[in-house]
Design a protein around this ligand. Sequence first.
Ligand SMILES: [Zn+2]
Length: 173
Amino acid sequence: MQVFINEAAFWGLLVSAIEVYKKESYGLLLGHRDGDMFMVVNAIACQKAERHATWVKARDKSYSRIVNFFENLPNLYIVGDFHSHPRHNTALSEDDLYGMSPGHVYIVMEIKDKGKEKYWSYNEDGTLSGTTDNWFIKIAAHYIDPDTGKHRMADVLCPFAIGFNIKARTPSR
Ligand SMILES: [Zn+2]
């Protein structure tokens, strides 16, 4: 399984994780599925999300309106959700696993204070990582194998991000 993240979705993921750091961000992934590939074209942060919320739970709660809104748009679907793991790796918690169902993709981002700079690149395990001005961020994608019911990692593809170097902020004052 592959998860293609376009430029808009990449920014959506980063901004949401950075905005609420050191809290967890949460949001919905919009796009469509094409065979063995999820195409993610937008990542929409849900500000009122509870920690460890999932979009399945979300249906019944505060952002059912958002879910309904997107589900009624043609050609754009909620393909899964995302959340961040501040100062923690991208491994799934029990709550994360509990909220997963086959046919969706779940992006988990590790975010922590930046050590040394790292150009955005793919890692051996299918994740994508790099640094921004202040943070190190790693993006992992998980899904449930419909045959085994077990969770697996998908390969994250984001050509936009590769080699990306977010320049250090120059002092403006
Ligand atoms: Zn988690």
